[in-house]
Design a binder for this molecule. Structure first.
Ligand code: ARG
Length: 462
């Protein structure tokens, strides 16, 4: 009968229940948040005259020892203690005696876990934005060196129009910037303190919630306690934000997998971030981007899992909610590792610019330029110009050449409104650099985008 809540029970809990009911195996990672929350609470209890100076002092001293035991590995984590909140309080009371029992005045594990988990998630929002920033810096750095490196831009995975590799990478910079914003927004919205909500309805003790909120670095005190002890939106938000970020990571990973194949040959991953085959000695496999793609499935699972746990729960706290933590921890760990390894894999990757440029010679990438020429030069409706250009593409196919290499005579024979001045326009580099509209792929407009992201990163205060 060593349970804190055993007063009304006549029999001891079965060990099967202990195993089933406990969260201590995984919630122990919240020990810092838990101890800080307790110290803030105790400080407030003293200010409000609920405990005295000596009791506060002994709680503080005792917590120093508990923290020390946890960090040195001496702390005994027992399944029968159920969760970290009870394990820590029990140990504190064993060290300091009666004052330890006063710590839980005007508090419940319901607001306690809400504080701990929320603060952990808020902190991780910050950590993830920092890692995203580092990833963006690498992407922008590579982009800067390749604003003139032509590659086939694709739609439907078919060659479409020539773009530059820097422009392509800056598309990912755009995605990761939005990811940073989502993590920061979520942090701002959810930075409110649950402490003092107690079990669900608040407390008759004369507490000061603002004081503990300030001590713990929250921006404000939560408004409604019934909501606060059962709200896990902050956890769902980080799961969704991680899923979206991993979806972006998965997309660039898929491109790296393709680009490093013989068929593409656009990039080569460094040996440091490639793997071999146990049977085929010649192989060099892109396991890193493949795993990044794969791990996206796992974080999506965690999101759906918590959404499903939360759906249909009556107010306020229900034990179902204890299922909130493992998936969140797993998604956060996965996201942190993924951001780091993607950053390093990109940093050490070789870009084969020549192969990218050669690939542009396939697929008549400047066909749209011929159509645009006909519109502008001869005032032909775009639909008709599209049709005439189709004929020129078909003729190039017959000749076994790319449209950018077709002769003027051939073009003129297809439509006599096509004149000599078209020739420079069909050159691939010209085609790329003609796209100077805002946000377009010309080197000039890519440099504007590059500057935008460089300024953003410089101004980012995390
Ligand atoms: N281990 C619990 C959890 O993670 C802490 C809160 C328990 N509260 C309760 N009333 N049983 O959700």
């Amino acid at each position: 009968m060593d349970k804190m809540w055993s007063g009304r029970f006549k029999q001891s809990a079965s060990s099967l229940l202990d195993d089933f009911n406990a969260s201590i195996m995984y919630d122990r990672r919240l020990y810092r948040e838990d101890i800080e929350g307790s110290l803030a609470h105790a400080g407030m209890l003293k200010e409000q005259g609920i405990i005295d100076e000596a009791e506060l002092k002994s709680i503080q001293d005792g917590m120093v020892q508990v923290l020390d035991e946890i960090e040195s590995g001496a702390f005994e984590w027992k399944i029968s203690d159920e969760d970290l909140h009870m394990a820590i309080e029990k140990r504190l009371t064993a060290i300091i005696g009666e004052a330890g029992g006063k710590l839980h005045t005007a508090r419940s594990r319901n607001d306690q876990v809400a504080v701990d988990f929320r603060r952990y998630v808020l902190r991780k929002n910050n950590d993830l934005t920092k890692l995203l920033k580092e990833l963006m810096e690498v992407i922008v750095y590579i982009a800067q060196r390749h604003t003139e490196t032509m590659m086939p831009g694709m739609t439907h995975l078919q060659h479409a129009q020539p773009i530059n590799f820097g422009f392509h990478l800056l598309a990912y910079a755009s995605m990761f910037k939005r990811d940073i914003e989502r993590f920061s927004d979520s942090r701002r919205r959810n930075n409110v303190s649950p402490l003092g909500c107690a079990a669900l309805a608040g407390t008759p003790h004369p507490i000061d919630r603002q004081q503990t909120a300030d001590a713990l670095g929250f921006d404000a005190v939560s408004v409604n306690c019934l909501d606060t002890v059962s709200d896990r939106d902050f956890a769902l938000e980080i799961l969704f934000n991680i899923s979206t970020m991993m979806m972006h990571i998965s997309r660039i990973s898929e491109e790296i997998v393709m680009w490093s194949s013989y068929e593409f040959g656009f990039v080569e991953l460094s040996d440091q971030y490639s793997t071999g085959s146990s049977i085929m000695p010649q192989k060099k496999n892109p396991d890193v981007p493949e795993l990044l793609r794969g791990k996206t499935g796992r974080v999506n699972g965690n999101l759906i899992s918590l959404l499903t746990v939360m759906k249909g729960l009556p107010l306020a706290y229900n034990k179902d909610t204890q299922e909130d933590k493992e998936g969140v921890f797993d998604s956060i760990d996965t996201a942190e590792m993924s951001l780091e390894i993607l950053r390093e894999a990109l940093k050490t990757m070789t870009v084969k610019a020549q192969n990218m440029e050669t690939a542009c010679k396939k697929g008549h990438l400047s066909a749209t330029d011929l159509a645009d020429y006909l519109v502008e030069h001869s005032n032909i409706p775009f639909r008709t110009a599209h049709f005439i250009t189709g004929k020129a593409v078909a003729r190039s196919e017959e000749l076994g050449i790319d449209l950018s290499d077709i002769s003027f005579e051939e073009l003129h024979r297809i439509d006599e409104r096509i004149e000599e001045d078209v020739m420079g326009l069909l050159a691939l580099r010209h085609s790329m650099n003609a796209r100077t509209s805002q946000g377009g792929t010309s080197t000039q407009t890519t440099l504007v985008q590059l500057q935008y992201f460089q300024d953003y990163l410089k101004g980012l205060d995390l």
